[in-house]
Design a protein around this ligand. Sequence first.
Ligand SMILES: NC(=O)c1ccc[n+]([C@@H]2O[C@H](COP(=O)([O-])OP(=O)(O)OC[C@H]3O[C@@H](n4cnc5c(N)ncnc54)[C@H](O)[C@@H]3O)[C@@H](O)[C@H]2O)c1
Length: 422
Amino acid sequence: MTELVLSSPRARGLFVLTAHPEGCRVRADWQLKRAAEAFEKPLPAAQGRTALILGSTTFGYGSSTAIALRQAGFDRIIGVGYETPPSFRGEKLAMSSPGWYLTHALHSHDAAYETYLADAFSSLTRDRVISDLRARGIEVDLVVYSVAAPRRSHLGQEWNSSLLVQGDALEVVGLDFKSGQLSPIRVEAATDLQVEQTRRVMGGDDLEMWVSALLYGGRAAEGMTVAALSYIGPDLGPLRRMYWDGALGEAKKHIDATTAQLNVRLSSAVGGRALTVMNPAVVTSASVAIPAMLRYISDYLGCAEAGRGVYEDPLDVGIHFVRSLYGEEALWQSELDAEGRLRMDQKELESSLQSAIEELWQVQESGQPDPMTAQGFARFKREYNMLYGWGVEGVDYEAACRVDPEMGPEQRVMDLLSENED
Ligand SMILES: NC(=O)c1ccc[n+]([C@@H]2O[C@H](COP(=O)([O-])OP(=O)(O)OC[C@H]3O[C@@H](n4cnc5c(N)ncnc54)[C@H](O)[C@@H]3O)[C@@H](O)[C@H]2O)c1
C-alpha cells in the first residue's frame, strides 16, 4: 500500500499524467449524488436490467451513462475500459489514470458495478466477457458503445485514428491550450489510407462484432437495445470540416451505417433495436485533442456562463438519455431525427446559442480572445483538470492519499490487460 501527498499533477503538453485518487473519488461521489437526485425513484422500465458499457471508465460519456443507468434502477453495470495500474519511478508516482480511481470509487460503493480492464477491440476480451455472461446466465438488455481510442491492433497491424480533414488543408484561428491565446492552426488533409484507418478504429466494426457475439452466444435479452454514441455538431464551417466532414466524420458515418444494419438484425432476432445517439460536445479527455474543438467548446462554455445557452455535462446527457429510453413516455421515439438517430444535442444546436458562437468566430486574428471566449476557456480548464481529480472542491491536496488501491476480482475488476501480459 502506497500513500503519497500529491499536490500538483505531472503533465506532458495537453495530457495530464497523474490523476488524484481522492479528487477522483470526490468527483465520482458528486456524480452519484446528482444522479440519485435525478432519479429519486427507480424507473420501472429500467429495473432489473443489465447494461454492457464499452468505454466505461473515464469521466466521459461511458461512466456518466453507467451512473445514470444504475441510479435509474439497472441491476448490473458491466463495463469495459482500457486502464492500466498506477506506475512508479522509484518512490514517485510516474503515471496514473483517473479511470482507475473512478472505477475503484464506483466499485467500492456498489456491487452492481463490474469492470473488465481490457482492450475492447480484442477478440480475447469479447470471448471472455461472453463466456462469463454465459457461465452466469446473464443476458444483456442495453449495449452502450462509448469507446474513443487513438488506435487499435487489427489483423496483425496497428491502425491509427487521425484527426485530419478531407480535401484541402484547414487553416483557421484556434485557441492555444498553453497560452489561452488565439493562434493559427493548420490541419492537414488525410490520405485515403488515413481515412480508412480512422474508420476501422472509430467506426462500427467492433460494435458489430460485439453485437454478433452477444447474439450468437445467446446473451442478447429480448428487446436488447444498442446505443452507439456519436457527434455531428453545428454547421459552423471550421468545426464541420474538422469533424463531420473530416476523417473522424467518416468513422461516425460508418457507425450510422452499422447501427442501421444492426437495427434490422436485432429487430428480427430479439425484437430489439440499434440507434446512433448524437451527443453534444463536452469537456472530456477525447475532446481536448481535436483541433478547433478547444476554441469551439470554450466559446460554448463562455456563452453558457453569459446566459446565452445551456451547457450539459456528460452526466446531464446520461440522465437525459436514460429518461428518454426508460422514462414513462418512451420519449426516445419523439427524439429521433429523420435518419433515425437519437438527438441528445438539441441544447448545443439551439439557434441563438449557435449565432452567439458564430459571432465569436468572426474574430480571425491571433492574440487575446474575446472576454466571453476567455471566460469559457477558464471553465474548460477547470472542468478538464477535474477529469483527473484536480481542483475538486473539498479535497485537501496536501493530505496523503492511497495511490494504489486494490483492484482485483474481489472488487469485481477483471484486469485482462495484466493477465494477457503474463
Ligand atoms: N467528448 C465529446 O465532446 C463527445 C461528443 C459527442 C459524442 N462523443 C462520443 O462519445 C464517445 C465517448 O467519448 P468520450 O468523450 O466520453 O471519451 P473518453 O475518452 O472520456 O472515454 C473513452 C473511453 O474509451 C475507453 N477506451 C479507449 N480505448 C479502449 C480500448 N482499446 N479498449 C477498451 N476501452 C477503450 C477508455 O478507457 C474510456 O473509458 C465517443 O464515441 C465520442 O465520439 C464525444
